[in-house]
Design a protein around this ligand. Structure first.
Ligand code: ADP
Ligand code: ZN
Ligand code: ZN
Length: 739
């Protein structure tokens, strides 16, 4: 760049504004080597902030004399590739979210805070000229030093800190002494990274023909963009297919990004990867420290690791040699971020794979309706694994009509009988109830008073074990009451069913059996879940009771009876996504049964045995169910046959949202809506949460580009409204729930 005027750095900063900021580049900087993607430190307001360099220019809309200079440049080279920077800009535009927040999402917390992006090099040591010829017997009064010198002289190699620690955990003093005597010195040989010659530690399985077909289809497209949807019931061998595709990618010396909903819930998956591959594997999820995540990120960025196994936030991990992206359990709601930058890791993974020109594989036993729709439109190639790998048989699903039947804390007599039969065969039972706590409601038998959260439009949930009443939507909690605060009656009655309550009745009915309850309350402490899973797999547990945690990828080979205690609650939601989620849950939970050679049985207790969605799912399977729901969506012009964005607005002051929507209505008169439907404002399904009054407005259009056009015109203006400063608002593009 000819240096006519001052050079300006256009940067993104993590603040809630949509635009970039201009700063003066340091004068002594060599611009020929500087590219966008480095981090900077800049003055901002009264303090300093980390900024991300996006553009180098010579023009600014702001008077040059008003621009402040950059304080310092943190990185010597760009941490993100030009393609990834473009991806982030695209995501900022598509989700209408401030660029600074979007860019910082790509970085681990430690790097966002300005920590060094240079991986600490291991130090290496070697003999000096003097040391090579020295007679070690002179050191006989310092035996440790002598033996260390012997070690170096015997091999005459460079030894790393790691090797020395293996020799003796307390190696440092002896080494320092030898360095002082000029017998050893630090080696400046930096071990270059050597690509592993060997990709596998353990051989791959022999595939069945369907698995082989799936593997070949993807492997024929390495080095090009193509999207695949791998649909296969639990146990059909999807993971094995991933492993073999990954093997092919690794053999080309390329890297793989594998995204899963929650690794901490499925420790077996990481084990399987480590068992199979000889290459370095990085792992990233929320239970790791900032430091660990920073190292994992940098090891991918520098190419030292070949596989990244991570959750949603790992999507933006830089890859030096990108080869493949895999999203397992692609239907899972956790791939959509639900606050701040509300991106869908699945959708952005598509865009990223396309820009990197690599294949992307989405896998699930219960694909999302969006993905099935994309497969139908031939945007994704559908790969199908129709049967379980090995010999195991798929479980049979049964609806159990519990209308007018005797029920004990959610368990019908017929179910209890089945449980006894299964347990008598020394097989395991799994009970699913997606509600934790003892009961969702505490009601007074005397006057009808109900324990409500003072800050939410919700009842307090009874947690007997801890003697608390707790709101599941905010932090609010209190002592469990013994008396009604209104009428002083002591007849406070729990209403409804939670896992804690079922656990109690199980302990009475099956007094000689071992029962394990798996939900967020019982698995808080680190290691508890792993411990329970081990006990279950060792056969030390008879009955497993739990929430949706059970639906996530666990293998329970000895479970032969699965019961879903209450399927009806998923049938009557006002949110059109609910039936899809319910079906996915049922199929996922069912998939835990009979994985080994023992056939499984699934019982669903219902008061709606003729409900068409349930009967379709039971008699014809998930795919027919999905086709039926897709047809309903098409008739109602709902996604994936249209595109939505949800504007959520909340405030402590109940009047503020109204004023905001009035101002918004005025604003929208001047904005061309094309065919965008504007629905609302309406009170949110949960009208109050954590003290905030909640409202929402839905925008919908049959065309994505028209909706995007409308939002691009609207959002910058909306953000400027003075009434917008008095409320908390957010835009959710492609929302996965309407709450
Ligand atoms: P999914 O990911 O679809 O649940 P997995 O890949 O975990 O399926 O396979 C289920 C079980 O079947 C695992 O124990 C796996 O080792 C085994 N398996 C998978 N593929 C084969 C195969 N080709 N031959 C033998 N066993 C297989
Ligand atoms: Zn009362
Ligand atoms: Zn609350």
């Amino acid at each position: 760049m000819p240096s006519i005027g001052p050079v300006i750095f256009r940067v993104a900063i993590q603040v809630p504004v949509y635009r970039l900021f201009d700063y003066l580049a340091p004068i002594d900087i060599d611009l020929s080597t500087l590219v966008p993607g480095v981090r900077l430190e800049v003055p901002f307001g009264k303090g300093l902030k980390i900024a991300y360099l996006l553009e180098i220019t010579q023009q600014s809309d702001i008077d040059i004399s008003k621009l402040k200079p950059v304080i310092r440049i943190l990185d010597h080279y760009s941490l993100l590739s030009a393609k990834d920077l473009r991806l982030l800009k695209w995501a900022s535009e598509y989700y209408h979210h401030p660029i600074g927040d979007v860019v910082s999402t790509a970085f681990p917390t430690a790097l966002r805070q300005g920590k060094s992006a240079v991986l600490k090099e291991k130090q290496y040591f070697c003999l000096t000229e003097l040391g090579r010829t020295a007679d070690s017997t002179v050191l006989k009064r310092a035996p440790k030093q002598k033996s260390l010198l012997d070690k170096f002289q015997a091999s005459n190699v460079t030894l790393s800190e790691t090797a020395l620690a293996e020799w003796n955990p307390h190696w440092r003093p002896a080494l320092n002494a030898l360095i002082t005597q000029q017998l050893l010195s630090q080696s400046d040989v930096k071990r270059p990274y050597i690509a592993p010659q060997k990709v596998l530690s353990n051989p791959a399985l022999i595939c069945n023909p369907q698995q082989q077909l799936a593997i070949d289809s993807v492997c024929n497209h390495l080095g090009r963009f193509k999207a695949f949807l791998l649909e296969g019931v639990t146990g059909s061998g999807k993971t094995e297919v991933y492993l073999q595709i990954i093997q092919a990618v690794l053999e080309q010396g390329l890297q793989v990004l594998v995204l899963v909903p929650e690794i901490t819930l499925t420790p077996q998956l990481e084990e399987r990867f480590r068992h199979r591959f000889a290459v370095n594997i990085a792992v990233s999820h929320s239970k790791l420290t900032d430091k660990q995540r920073q190292i994992a990120w940098l090891q991918m960025q520098t190419g030292q690791c070949s596989i990244m196994l991570g959750t949603r936030s790992a999507l933006f991990t830089p890859l030096t040699r990108p080869g493949l992206i895999i999203l397992d359990e692609e239907h899972d709601g956790s791939f959509k971020q639900q606050e701040g930058f509300r991106f869908s890791a699945r959708d952005v993974a598509m865009v990223r794979a396309k820009s990197l020109a690599i294949p992307v594989v989405l896998g699930s036993a219960t694909p999302s309706l969006e993905s099935l729709h994309n497969a139908q439109r031939q945007r994704y190639e559908l790969l199908h694994l129709p049967e379980r790998a090995g010999n195991s048989i798929e479980p049979a699903l049964h609806l159990l009509d519990i209308r007018n039947k005797a029920i004990q804390e959610g368990l019908s007599e017929a179910l209890i009988l089945e449980m006894h039969k299964t347990l008598a065969k020394k097989e395991q039972v799994l009970l699913f109830l997606n509600r934790r706590g003892f009961a969702p409601t505490l009601i007074c038998h005397g006057c009808g008073w109900v324990a409500r959260c003072l800050r939410c439009d919700a009842n307090l949930v009874i947690h007997y074990d801890e003697g608390r009443l707790r709101c599941h939507h905010c932090e609010q909690e209190q002592q469990l009451l013994k008396q009604c605060p209104d009428c002083q009656s002591s007849q406070l009655t729990p209403l409804g069913l939670g896992t804690e309550r079922v656990e109690r009745v199980l302990a009475e009915l099956f007094a000689d059996k071992v029962i394990v309850r798996l939900d967020r309350d019982t698995t808080q402490r680190k290691g508890v879940l792993e411990n329970y899973l081990r006990q279950i797999n060792q056969g030390a547990v008879d009955i497993i009771l739990g929430t949706q945690m059970l639906a996530k990828g666990h293998h329970f080979p000895d479970v032969t009876l699965v019961a879903i205690l209450d399927v009806d609650s998923g049938l009557f939601s006002i949110d059109f996504h609910a039936s899809e989620k319910m079906a996915q849950m049922i199929v996922q939970v069912s998939g835990r049964a009979g994985r080994a050679e023992k056939p499984g049985k699934v019982i669903m207790q219902t008061r709606q045995p003729e409900h068409p969605l349930l009967t379709t799912l039971i008699t014809q399977g998930y795919n027919s169910f999905a086709q039926k729901v897709l047809q309903e969506r098409q008739e109602a012009a709902l996604p994936p046959y249209s595109y939505q964005a949800l504007l959520r607005v909340q405030a402590l002051d109940s009047a503020a949202p109204k004023l905001f929507f009035n101002a918004l209505a005025d604003l929208m008169q001047n904005i061309k809506a094309s065919h965008t439907l504007i629905l609302g404002p309406v009170v949110a399904p949960m009208a109050k949460r954590a003290g905030q009054y909640r409202y929402q407005m839905l925008f919908q259009n049959a065309r994505r580009d028209e909706l995007q056009h409308f939002l691009s015109a609207l959002m910058p203006e909306l953000a400027k409204l003075k009434q917008a400063k008095k409320v908390r608002w957010s835009l959710d593009v492609d929302p996965v729930d309407l709450y």
